[in-house]
Design a protein around this ligand. Sequence first.
Ligand SMILES: Nc1ncnc2c1ncn2[C@@H]1O[C@H](COP(=O)(O)OP(=O)(O)OP(=O)(O)O)[C@@H](O)[C@H]1O
Length: 331
Amino acid sequence: MTAIEISGLTKEYGDLTAVDDLTLTVDDGEIFGFLGPNGAGKSTTINMLLDFTRPTTGSATVLGYDTQTEADEISPRVGVLPEGFDIYPRLSGRRHIEFASETKAAEDDPDAILERVGLSAEDAERPAGDYSKGMRQRLATGMALVGDPDLLIMDEPSSGLDPHGIREMQELVRSEAERGTTVFFSSHILEHVEAVCDRVGVLNEGELVAVDTIDGLREEIGGGATMTLTLADAANGAREVAGAVPGITDVTASGRTLECTITDPAAKAGVVTALDNAGATIRDLRIEEVSLESLFTALTNGDGSEPGDGTGAQSGTADEAALETETEVPR
Ligand SMILES: Nc1ncnc2c1ncn2[C@@H]1O[C@H](COP(=O)(O)OP(=O)(O)OP(=O)(O)O)[C@@H](O)[C@H]1O
């Protein structure tokens, strides 16, 4: 069974098409990242899946049930972490979880759920109005986990969390998936999506511009990688050798450094072997994959990716080094 099946879903607000003819399938047990800049239509899509908003045209099923005619079957089986969750300031954290359990007629142990989302027994007793933004987000996540849902829909789950909280959230998403829960995870923060998702769908101005694994997307846009080799001797003589390896598109030599642009992952080993065969000694090797930042910009034409605009791109820029996978092989 597919967890989510979206077919030609469109939502218009007057002249604005918030979601434009979206067709997408999310498989059972998958962690699917729904990625896109601010205003791309992610929340609108989620709202249609939950029947909070009706589509202008198109249809969708969630866990095999039609979102418009069988929404009552869907809600008990789905845990939702909404964007901008409102707490009841005077109620304790535990009471929030109990409330969610009563609503879903579930029999979860509130303390076990609070522990899973990183709220202590002491926190559980405090009024949620006193919670920090990150603690509120954890509480909202706990409420979403009540009733052991088959599908977890999370709208910007890392919002308000510090790096430690983000790591915990990612572990939680993974452990939910291991329990068999499908996770549909919306975010504009690229590295969060890469860290947990099996596949991603990229939405831009309401349109789905790509669906693939992150590696698949990298290959699709041909971003490739850059391989920098430090040789024992001047690199100029090795330039031609590296350039002849299939999958290498460009080679520059400077001093003892050789820089190769790679479009085929197999070319990495090919260069090392070719240089070795030609008698060159490799002292150091460094590979930089295309950053998610540039991948996202390529797919969304830079929309929403301006540094400092408050979108995930800002965090992406600050953490650019962290976004790039680097492999160093000292020799
Ligand atoms: N109720 C509404 N009335 C009119 N326009 C709306 C409404 N809800 C959303 N929109 C518009 O639809 C577009 C998509 O918004 P949506 O909230 O789905 O984007 P998003 O991808 O979730 O963005 P963000 O990452 O900022 O949450 C935006 O242009 C938004 O202004």
